[in-house]
Design a protein around this ligand. Sequence first.
Ligand SMILES: Nc1ncnc2c1ncn2[C@@H]1O[C@H](COP(=O)(O)OP(=O)(O)OP(=O)(O)O)[C@@H](O)[C@H]1O
Ligand SMILES: [Mg+2]
Length: 353
Amino acid sequence: MSFLTLTNIQKSFGQVQVVKNFNMNIEKGEFVSFLGPSGCGKTTILRMIAGFETPTGGSLTINGKDQSPLKPNQRNIGMVFQAYALFPNMTVHDNVAFGMKVAGKPKAEIDARVKEMLGLIRLDHLAERYPYQMSGGQQQRVALARALAVKPQVLLLDEPLSALDAKIRVSLREEIRAIQRQLGITTVFVTHDQEEALSISDRIVVMNAGKADQIGTPFEIYNTPSTRFVASFVGTLNLIEAKVVDPAANRIQIGDQGVTLKQSVQTYKAGDTVQLALRPEAGSLAEGVKSDTALTGEVVSAHFLGSVIRTRMNVGGNIISFDMFNNPGVTPPQSGESVTLRFMAADLLVIRD
Ligand SMILES: Nc1ncnc2c1ncn2[C@@H]1O[C@H](COP(=O)(O)OP(=O)(O)OP(=O)(O)O)[C@@H](O)[C@H]1O
Ligand SMILES: [Mg+2]
């Protein structure tokens, strides 16, 4: 049995069901991210795991034990929130010591543990500071140390980085991940930043309106999105409308250009419309190539982004974006120019809803 299990979890506030049959099994030591737009139920699920909200249906276990009869302080869970929730009138040392003090631990044990935790977040030298004397990034590290000090069995992080500037966010997420690995603590991390989720998670749950649309490794979520929502939420993706021409041969048509897919479209009939996804980094320009895994279109715009040039082309009414690495020896495509984009048959994914 998995370490943390959520089975058919539901939550309604009044008439509104905000979490719908949510299922997830998380292994011990795993780092799982909940990724989804604002209001999709991420915080609500974390609050149910922590015991601050009671599910209206379903069951939740940690280490095989049903959590429903347990109050938040009986669940042994560490939590870090988006806003810095440190006690403003306590020093860093006392903030980190708080949970152990409440639990009635002896002073020597508390002091040793606080020292260890502050070492872990590299803030030993700031033990006597108050929160207002520290930066946002430092305060969030203290919040992390405070959550970990009581040796929780599960760590819950609710957008802990969203109030920080971009550079600190990247370095702190790597620090959190390194500490999590070092301690082997089972962690659920909430974010609506897809790059953040892709870069640090063992697995990602992409949430859409109270349910999990897809659960998978970052590689799976990015490369083989299973729904249109996942495809458009994770990464910059081209969604292309095509017509099925010959289902048995996986032949489709985009505008008036025929393409053979790797994926099967045998469940479709000739004449059906099918949605395809193509990553902007999948193709490359190929002059004058006629192939059934190439598309020719007119350049609508080309944007120089430094290391990358992002070009948009029109293929039978579909606007397709593609990226090329900058090459000072090659002139970027010009608006109005006709170009051919070549790709692998497996790069065009069939999206089923
Ligand atoms: N106590 C409550 N009473 C009524 N509705 C609530 C309550 N808590 C949350 N909701 C509603 O439940 C839905 C999900 O909220 P939740 O906070 O879980 O979203 P979220 O995915 O964490 O969003 P965000 O990314 O903005 O933090 C929202 O529509 C919200 O208004
Ligand atoms: Mg939230």
